[in-house]
Design a protein around this ligand. Sequence first.
Ligand code: GLY
Ligand code: MN
Length: 457
Amino acid sequence: MFAESTYIRRREELKKAVGSGLLLFLGNDECGCNYADNTYDFRQDSTFLYYFGLPYAGLSAVIDIDNDRQIIFGDELTIDDIVWMGSQPTLLEKAYKAGITDVRPSADLEKYISAATSKCTPVHYLPTYRSEHQLKLLQLLGVKPGAETPSVPFIRAVVNQRNHKTAEEIVEIERACDVTAEMHMTAMRVLRPGMKECEISAALEAVAQAAGCRLSFPTIATVNGQTLHNHYHGNVCRSGQMLLVDAGAETEMGYAGDMSSTICVDRKFTPRQKSIYDIQVASHLAAVEALKPGVPFKEVYELSCRVVCEGLKNLGIMKGNPADAVDAGAHAMFYPCGLGHMMGLDVHDMENLGEVWVGYDGQPKSTQFGRKSLRLARPLEPGFVHTIEPGIYFIPELIDLWRGQKKFTDFINYDEVEKWKDFSGIRNEEDYLITETGARRLGKKIPLTTEEVEALR
Ligand code: GLY
Ligand code: MN
């Protein structure tokens, strides 16, 4: 945990931003995987972590702005718990670390909330992403699952604070990024033709575990990189293929790293692989070059798309004016994802609070295929931490579909595309902090160009 002063300050800022009412924080519970005592790895809710820091299951909290009270609700361990799980600090000892002195049993939360609602005090809560949260809202406020009305002022205040990373958060994120970089370089060093994808994922996950970290999301290590989030690890990596790795570490305090790399299974990339790889790198570097405060990330995305279209045009895969192709959405045949996303206590930071608030500042998102997957569009501000991850993918099903629909025939040379249908995909990803004057890459540099990757093979 950070010092208690960090959590006290964060809560004071939040109180000021929302102004009045009662703020309800639902921490996470243990969750049985296949029976109650065989649980998934416990992960605290990130907003709870941000304001209270306590990584324990079964806690809730209230900031009662009008009555100037901050309370953590939870239960002490029973002797049965201690026999099986060992002893833990008391609830009060835990709460002190977050600068809180008022702790009460879980059962008292319902009474506290009903006392507030009986006085017509508004109870602000955040969007749910677990059924346990929905059930608690049903119990506490009578809100039926699916009928929640999360508080927009609460969401916006949390997003505004969490989007601006402080120096102590950057230190944590950078540690996650350093471990993440080591995971990727390990994959580059150990991969040999004939190994299974799961051997590579095991090797890179061991790096995270040995550093005392967990994974910030399920590892992608696939020879079928054309599937953007491919979690299957059962293929053999064969000569002539590329392995797309997208993996990251999360520190003990919950801060994430997220990087991607695309590695030739052989010691060198083939000229055909390099021709697409170099376009991805050009797009990536153009995007990085453009990062600075005030620049809308949407424009950086559009730029990265134009570079992809220009490169594919030079190979005869696309045609026409690249800027027009991007405006029309034709680039999305090969680049159907966004350029990047915020990163912090979540790998896609605060996605549970709504991308439209986190990445769009309340402005509407495009519904166009490809563009709609852009998670971050707003003008960049100092303290933002986000990824840069353009990609180029040849997705056979999408190629067949659009060809059949005669879609974007002014911009896509389908006869040429047919020759690349078995190419798979390429993505490289780094993490950046927006500074007062520009941007800084977080964590150790991982090989980006084909030459840099080959040097580790
Ligand atoms: N690293 C997974 C993603 O950004 O979606
Ligand atoms: Mn990412």
